[in-house]
Design a protein around this ligand. Structure first.
Ligand SMILES: Nc1ncnc2c1ncn2[C@@H]1O[C@H](COP(=O)(O)OP(=O)(O)OP(=O)(O)O)[C@@H](O)[C@H]1O
Length: 260
């Protein structure tokens, strides 16, 4: 079986600085990963490689069987769903929520004169409903709360029925209720065998939805630990990742961390 992702010794250098140093990462079909690390660890840079938005300076990156540098990345990107704060910022506030999701079918950020099939409109409505936004289709994006915007962006990322879903900090800025709602929905998403392989970037172990099978911990552009969640998300590994002594506890599939 082909890996969904195979990174070998991936290094990214910008302005003489190593943002990523010798990253190896394999993801197989059906896996759900979280990527954790402190500010500046290189999470977004790594996600950009996985999203085929950036090439490594050295090493090789094979995404969905295609090796970056040897394929048409525009075709490859249509098979990858991405939700991030920077994409959110590019959606016009006047855009209708249905179109925020729908326009992903054409890789657009706003609706212009495209004709959409009824099947596309139906899929957009279904995704809005799955992510708790039924009744929001006619609202404009600018009127949504932070939590609603995040869920609309996840729905948008799923519009093209991607084989790989990348979520960059979908819970950032949410209040406790909003975070818990998103964690529950992402846990349901993880449990659905029809869901694509998913990589979720977060700063907080409390935001890891139950059912996420694997974790990678990054610090200063290098991997501290990587593998099955329960073996990787340990007090020792998280302390090494964040550079402070931490104690990690688990309860019903959730993770909690506190300083010692
Ligand atoms: N073009 C660039 N030139 C130089 N340094 C860069 C460039 N882009 C990013 N960096 C630096 O690379 C490091 C990693 O950035 P990145 O955004 O990948 O980290 P992150 O783990 O996603 O951080 P955060 O959690 O704060 O979002 C940071 O120190 C950042 O300042």
């Amino acid at each position: 079986m082909t890996d969904v992702l195979d990174l070998v010794d991936v290094t990214v250098v910008r302005d003489g600085k190593k943002l990523l140093a010798g990253i190896d990462w394999r993801i197989a079909d059906g896996e759900r990963w979280v990527l954790l690390g402190p500010n500046g660890a290189g999470k977004t840079t790594l996600l950009q490689i996985v999203a085929a938005q950036m090439h490594p300076t050295a090493g090789s990156a094979t995404v969905l069987g295609s090796t970056l540098g040897k394929v048409d990345v525009f075709e490859l990107r249509t098979r990858i769903g991405l939700s991030s704060a920077s994409l959110d910022g590019r959606i016009p506030n006047r855009e209708r929520v249905r179109d925020v999701v729908l326009t992903a079918a054409y890789g657009k950020m706003a609706r212009f004169r495209e004709d959409y099939e009824e099947a596309d409109t139906g899929r957009a409505e279904d995704l809005l409903s799955w992510w708790g936004l039924e009744g929001f289709a006619e609202r404009t994006f600018g009127t949504l709360s932070s939590g609603e915007r995040k869920r609309a962006m996840v729905a948008r990322a799923l519009m093209t029925d991607p084989e790989l879903l990348l979520l960059d900090e979908p819970a950032s800025g949410l209040d406790l209720g909003g975070r818990e709602d998103l964690v529950r929905r992402l846990s349901n998403h993880a449990a659905d065998p029809a869901s694509p392989v998913t990589v979720l970037v977060t700063h907080h172990v409390e935001e890891i939805p139950p059912g996420f099978t694997h974790a990678m911990l990054l610090r200063q552009g290098a991997v501290v630990a990587s593998g099955p969640s329960e073996l990787t998300l340990t007090s020792e590994n998280l302390s090494a990742t964040y550079g402070v002594p931490l104690h990690v506890q688990t309860y019903e599939g959730r993770y909690y961390a506190r300083g010692l």
